[in-house]
Design a protein around this ligand. Structure first.
Ligand code: BG6
Length: 480
């Protein structure tokens, strides 16, 4: 997030032929190379033996085209990319990788700055971390960094074990736990919005705010990820990380400065202030067949790789309470689902109504409260809803909004992975999840994992099971 010059680096992507590397990381690196990187090399390491350096470059060139990166336009022939198999992931194979790293560092006269990016399924993390350490790759004369994708653990115990393992080979200052939501510009803007506009910050509390809704609705289904998703479900896939991160940014106290530890201290504090979540305040759902934006969609249990009797939740809504001076008594309602009516990520703040109505025609309940809705994607921007008098001799109120949209003012918004990779290279951990933070979040949700929730069916293309509305105490969800 700062403008420091980036020294030469070698990036090793473990899982270099996977979807994440192909679709997100490498396109992001190509864009960064153009603007920010000069001396930069990449070794993709995969489990297959089928690639050599040239076939890997060809494979990537084809997928970059699919992602809209025109190599000719940016004058790139990908000769900074190499391929090295780690086969079955044995220590011997990692030692071969280590030799290749050292050889390339010599060849290009690099100072030993290395980033290891684990773009592999979580089941591979422990072996990869151990072998990076045991092969000596975690030691050099330069800066060493390790990037670990989500999910970091699958409950409190496994997250603690993974932290224990990783701390055996890497210092916390070297570890970048990714939650790609934190790299989204509009998510970072939550901090700018709150802490550079005193007007809003002075209203940001239990005296002025009635309710906070955080929604991440997706139109996609499980796609080709059933192998991972069916074991995980929406609570672990989305709530424990992305939605909880949004919640922390909306609710944390003002950090002393926009520095990694100042921000992360405040995030941990607010997660710790959340009261245990009652199972009565949680609704699980699973999509059935239907139509999403005019396109037919199959039921979750009919998706490739999903068992007919799967009870995995593809929708979760839950209500929680932050027990501190700022928020006590204000419900925070998190909602996420796949195959929903539309794809939208938003934070909707409902302010309190005026204490009494002075308008004879309207009772206080007729006066809709002010709302502030921050749309994080797509159509990034915000809307502030307020009441005005409609012109005329009778007294009629109507709801209007102040509207701001990023695309009308700013140009292209960088992809989250561009921001995050740049921060890794610059050594800025502000947008990465600290060990105690990931554990606090698991501590909150782990008790729910063993609860047998009823899984309510909802048709694809809807807003999820209607029973979830019970969390709103008679009110309606906000959706722009
Ligand atoms: C990932 C989840 O972390 O985030 C996916 O594993 C989900 O299930 C994705 O689809 C959503 O990310 P985005 O950036 O498309 O909102």
């Amino acid at each position: 997030m700062n403008g420091k010059r980036i020294p030469p680096y070698l990036l090793v992507i473990v899982g270099g032929t996977g979807d994440l590397a192909r679709r997100k990381l490498i396109p992001a690196i190509c864009r960064l190379r153009e603007k920010h990187l000069s001396e930069f090399y990449l070794i993709a390491s995969g489990s297959g033996k089928k690639h050599n350096d040239q076939t890997y470059r060809d494979f990537i060139a084809r997928s970059l085209e699919d992602e809209g990166v025109d190599l000719r336009e940016i004058g790139d022939n990908l000769d900074w990319m190499y391929y090295q198999s780690v086969g079955g992931g044995s220590i011997e194979e990692y030692k071969v990788l280590a030799d290749r790293v050292i050889q390339l560092e010599k060849e290009h006269n690099l100072p030993g700055n290395r980033v290891f990016y684990l773009a592999v399924p979580p089941s591979v993390f422990p072996n990869a971390i151990k072998n990076l350490g045991e092969s000596g790759l975690n030691k050099s004369n330069g800066e060493i960094k390790l990037v670990v994708e989500k999910p970091f653990g699958q409950d409190l115990k496994s997250a603690q074990e993974l932290n224990g393992l990783v701390h055996g080979y890497f210092d916390e200052r070297q570890i970048y736990r990714i939650d790609h939501y934190l790299g989204k510009e509009t998510v970072q803007n939550l901090l700018a919005f709150r802490f550079s506009n005193a007007m809003f910050e002075s209203l940001w509390n239990r005296d002025r705010i009635e309710r906070v809704e955080i929604t991440v609705a997706e139109t996609v289904g499980v796609e080709h990820r059933a192998g991972y998703y069916d074991k995980v479900g929406a609570l672990r896939d989305m709530i424990q990380n992305h939605l909880t991160q949004l919640l922390t940014l909306v609710s944390m106290e003002v950090p002393t400065a926009l520095e990694a530890d100042d921000v992360r201290h405040e995030k941990v504090k607010v997660i710790r202030a959340i009261s245990p979540i009652s199972s009565e305040d949680v609704v699980f759902g699973q999509y059935t067949s239907g139509a999403v934006q005019g396109k037919e969609a199959a039921a979750y249990v009919e998706e490739e790789g999903v068992g007919k009797d799967s009870r995995t939740e593809t929708f979760v809504a839950l209500k929680l309470n932050i027990s501190n001076w700022r928020w006590q008594g204000v419900p925070f309602i998190l909602r996420t689902g796949k195959r929903m009516f539309k794809g939208i990520t938003e934070v909707a703040i409902t302010f309190r109504r005026p204490p009494v109505s002075i308008f004879r025609q309207f009772s206080i309940n007729d006066i809709q409260p002010n709302k502030l809705v921050m749309t994080l994607q797509p159509n990034e921007g915000f809307d502030l809803f307020f009441k005005v008098k409609e012109p005329g001799d009778s007294y009629r109120l109507s709801t209007q909004k102040l509207h701001f949209q990023y695309s009308e003012i700013f140009g292209r918004i960088p992809d989250a992975y561009e921001t995050l990779l740049l921060d890794v290279l610059r050594g800025d951990q502000t947008l990465f999840v600290r060990a105690d933070e990931v554990e606090s979040s698991w501590e909150l949700y782990t008790p729910l994992l063993s609860h047998e929730f009823e899984v309510h069916k909802y048709a694809s293309g809807t807003w999820g099971p209607t029973v979830a509305e019970s969390l709103l105490d008679g009110d309606k969800w906000f959706t722009v």
